[in-house]
Design a protein around this ligand. Structure first.
Ligand SMILES: Cc1ncc(C[n+]2csc(CCOP(=O)(O)OP(=O)(O)O)c2C)c(N)n1
Ligand SMILES: [Mg+2]
Length: 628
């Protein structure tokens, strides 16, 4: 039977059902081939940053976007190439973006995880899990408010079910009858953790609780996805309100390209079944009775010194052995040992009762950490990227930091938050920030910034033994840095600066990763006859003002370096302390060097100029010493 099908407004018209599904087939193959190219570029080290491949999930993006008009909105995720292409983006500009080029969709400033394309209604991919649920809901609000019949689709992985903001916006969307469809791509894994371990109750139950129209569908069957989404879109366009769609699907490769195959969380057998029996392209080709056109992705394999990561792990292991109250909460901290592998091996020794994998619920598990600390445990809460501390702010600032003082000293909160800072991984602005100044600003929190493996071990052990909250920032670029670390049970007091190199002509006060930069600059300066002293405060609070001021008085010239933003940041505070304490001994104003006041760009050449380097510090120091 021949039926006339049409893609709503601005899309191609299809004379027959077969034509429509051939078009969908091509769209899926296009996405698959695109991802294969990404994989190839990446494995040949031609692509910066990280990419999360969509291979295996094509039927969801294509099934959904084929039910949308070009002017409808979508928001996407870190695994977003398929969404962008299905909504109408072109591969050339996508590749340009992935390579950090001016010709890319975001002029190279966003990269793989942040592609946005206003021309096709794509409000943007987002590297924060659950980060775009508000944006999609807001777009639906605009559509309704302006009297248009546009709808918004919010794509997210089942990992985002752990984020409270999803429930806040679903409540609003239902109360206000907004034309938004929440599409949950359930590929069963939150990185390396099965969703059954992170999801209480049912997925759909979370939407029906708010009265949303809710459905689930085989996400490998593009026709089934398209049919149900078309119904939900029609309903939303005509004022029927929001809906929630669970699409069961599977990702074929590692969590991101280049990720080693981690067999402990899913078996080769499971992968094989999905790839051979449930492949979305195969499913449709069988229905169309055409041969499968795509080639399949290849397998993605691509005195005692310790690394910084090993030193952190050793500190944790020693403290966990010493004190059974010490436990770890966080995303993928157990078998995976975190994406940076910092915690590898701990769950094997201490068990999953003490090394606890959590849902992607930073606010939730940080809050649990605060309560557990108040009632007798000593939790170490792991926030994978420092950028995600934004999600924990109330728990840290209003709860953890206040409990001791506001209870008249009754409560103690012996909790450590470990997280990362630092740019230069081509990870773009939501995975590159150094936000330690925020916590340094809050009385009740101590803030630690280790710069060597030795300091990392000694400071972390002290932090875990502290009776109140400590935030411990690790620069992710330093995890592989090697240095001497004693096997002994040593600790380093918080609030004690360290002179990392003695000098006479200029003081470089530097924190975290900037200590290594300052030491490199000091070697360059030495060749110019300038003797630089490098002072590392090690903690921004408590702050060892005396060591800083004494060094400034000795050398009379100071540069303060920190990877956080220069404006209103740590450098401002340190410079003020030195100016107040050593004013009459200074021969020049204190110079500050930090990250430029821009979101950290994805594009490698742009990213490279946003943070101080050995060369820029060298130039600044020469100038300050009158040799520039
Ligand atoms: C708020 C936040 N927490 C943690 C992460 C680190 N992270 C990136 S992807 C990911 C897993 C996401 O799982 P899911 O939502 O199911 O998407 P999938 O990768 O399976 O497509 C995690 C934990 C993040 N990007 N954002
Ligand atoms: Mg998932």
């Amino acid at each position: 039977m021949t039926t006339t099908m049409s893609k709503p407004e601005a899309g191609p018209e299809f004379a027959t059902a077969k034509e429509k599904w051939l078009h969908a087939y091509r769209q899926m193959v296009r996405i698959r081939l695109f991802e294969e190219q990404v994989n190839e570029l990446y494995t040949r080290a031609l692509m910066p940053g990280l990419a999360h491949l969509y291979s295996g999930e094509e039927a969801v993006a294509v099934g959904v976007c084929e039910a949308l008009r070009r002017d409808d909105y979508i928001t996407s995720t870190h695994r977003g190439h398929g969404h962008c292409l299905a909504k109408g983006a072109t591969p050339d500009r996508m590749f340009a973006e992935l390579l950090g080029k001016e010709a890319g969709y975001c002029r190279g400033k966003g990269g793989s995880m942040h592609i946005a394309d206003p021309a096709t209604g794509n409000l943007g991919a987002n590297a924060i899990v659950g980060g775009s649920v508000g944006i999609a809901t807001g777009a639906a609000f605009t559509a309704k408010h302006l009297g248009t019949d546009r709808v918004a689709v919010c794509f997210f992985g089942e990992g985002a079910l752990g984020q409270g903001s999803l429930y806040e916006v679903m409540n609003l969307a239902q109360l206000w009858k907004l034309p938004v469809i929440y599409v949950c791509e359930n590929n069963m894994y939150n990185e390396y953790t099965h969703y059954a371990e992170t999801t209480a109750g049912t997925i759909l139950g979370r939407a029906t609780a708010f009265g949303l129209e809710a459905a689930s569908v085989d996400g490998q069957d593009v026709r089934a996805v398209n049919e149900v989404v078309s119904r939900l879109v029609k309903r939303a366009r005509s004022g029927g309100g929001p809906a929630f769609l669970q699409c069961d699907t599977y990702r074929y490769s590692g969590h991101h390209v280049g990720d080693i195959n981690r067999e402990y969380y899913r078996s080769k057998q499971e992968e094989h079944v999905w790839k051979t029996e449930r492949d979305p392209i195969k499913v449709l080709s069988e229905w169309l009775r055409i041969p499968v056109l795509t080639r399949w992705s290849r397998t993605f394999m691509p005195e005692r010194e310790l690394t910084f990561a090993q030193a952190v792990r050793e500190a944790l292991a020693e403290e966990m052995r010493r004190d059974s109250r010490v436990c770890i909460f966080g995303e993928d901290v157990a078998e995976a040992g975190t994406p940076f592998k910092v915690l590898s091996g701990l769950v094997e020794e201490f068990g999953s009762e003490r090394v606890v994998d959590t849902p992607i619920s930073e606010a939730g598990f940080t809050g649990v950490g605060v309560g557990a600390a108040m009632t007798g445990l000593r939790p170490v809460v792991d926030i994978m990227f420092g950028d995600f501390i934004t999600l924990t702010m109330d728990q840290m600032v209003n709860q953890a930091a206040k409990a001791h003082y506001m209870s008249g000293g009754h409560w103690k909160v012996p909790m450590v938050m470990r997280t990362t800072l630092g740019a230069t991984r081509r990870s773009a602005a939501q995975h590159s920030q150094s936000l330690h100044a925020w916590f340094s600003h809050v009385p009740g929190l101590k803030v630690v910034l280790p710069s060597t493996p030795y300091d990392a071990k000694g400071l972390l052990k002290t932090a875990i033994r502290d009776e109140n909250p400590v935030v411990f920032f690790e620069d992710k670029m330093m995890y592989k840095l090697k240095g001497p670390v004693p096997e002994d049970d040593y600790t380093i007091p918080l609030g004690l600066a360290d002179v990392k190199r003695a000098g006479d002509d200029i003081t470089l006060v530097a924190t975290s990763s900037m200590v290594q930069v300052a030491l490199g600059a000091a070697i360059l300066l030495e060749k110019e006859g300038i003797s630089a002293e490098v002072v590392d405060p090690r903690t921004t609070w408590p702050l060892d003002e005396k060591t800083l001021i004494d060094s400034a008085k000795k050398t009379s010239r100071v540069i303060v370096l920190d990877e956080g933003y220069g404006r209103y940041g740590v450098t401002a505070e340190l410079a003020a302390v030195i100016a107040e304490g050593a004013f009459y001994d200074l021969d020049a104003p204190v110079k500050r060097m930090g990250a430029m006041h821009v979101p950290i760009p994805f594009s490698p050449p742009l990213e490279d100029v946003t943070v101080p380097t050995e060369e820029t510090v060298f130039d600044a120091a020469r100038q300050l010493c009158g040799k520039g």
